[in-house]
Design a protein around this ligand. Structure first.
Ligand SMILES: [Zn+2]
Length: 234
């Protein structure tokens, strides 16, 4: 967290997405930022793999594995050493000033807890697998980028998060005590999977979360939206 007055801007949202949700989020971002380019990211030593500038989030995630980076401002040139796939950047003279990280969600063995064992006994739980949240995150320093680029980053970040909200559902989850946690998002495919299987959710730490029973409407079907949807983002 940046100290007050430092004018470092950060935004971060935890999200649970399946691969088809990632593609959908990437499509929505592309609708609002048609010039957007994504860097793939490969685990292992630097230089072992080429890094590419891909035209879509889905392609960059398919190429790398755990995360992809959206260059802002949209259309900015690829960093040195990056190989361009697809079309060239729209603004080759523009240097990127920030990156938006799209970190993938991860399904992994969780180790059976008492609750898992109880669920398995009554047939409600499928496995002790846990679904670890990914995230969408960005950070930049206003003094470093200057007022003009700051305004551009601010506006484009707003559009990216608007696209995220339009492509996902609010994830209404609760911890083991029943306390609701709502500042997160979940893709529709991920939501269906979690609702169907009772998959345990986590932010990556020790906490264990469950999807609350009430199902929000699908983001693609506007006729079913209740008044006030989408909810105000926090
Ligand atoms: Zn690549």
């Amino acid at each position: 967290m940046a100290p007050p007055g430092s004018r470092t801007h950060t935004k971060k949202t935890d999200i649970w997405l399946l691969p088809e949700d990632e593609v959908f989020v990437g499509q929505r971002i592309r609708e609002v930022l048609p010039d957007a380019g994504w860097l793939c990211s490969h685990p292992g030593p630097r230089g072992l793999h080429d890094v590419h500038l891909h035209p879509s989030a889905g392609e960059a995630l398919d190429c790398g594995s755990v995360q992809a980076f959206l260059l802002l401002p949209a259309g900015a040139a690829e960093p040195p050493g990056v190989v361009v796939t697809g079309r060239r950047p729209a603004r080759p003279g523009l240097r990127h000033a920030a990156v938006v990280q799209l970190l993938r969600s991860l399904r992994m063995p969780g180790g059976a807890s008492e609750a898992d064992v109880a669920n398995e006994a009554d047939g409600a739980g499928e496995s002790s697998e846990i679904f670890c949240a990914g995230r969408l995150a960005v950070r930049w320093s206003e003094p470093d980028v200057g007022p003009e680029v700051h305004r551009l980053l601010y506006e484009q970040t707003r559009l990216v998060w608007q696209a995220l909200r339009s492509a996902t559902l609010p994830a209404v989850v609760e911890d083991v005590t029943g306390r609701k946690v709502t500042r997160t998002r979940i893709g529709t495919a991920a939501h269906e999977l979690v609702a169907r299987t009772g998959l345990t959710l986590t932010y990556g730490g020790d906490e264990r979360l469950r999807l609350s029973a009430k199902l929000p409407p699908r983001p693609t079907d506007r006729r079913r939206f209740p008044a006030g949807f989408p909810p105000v983002s926090r």
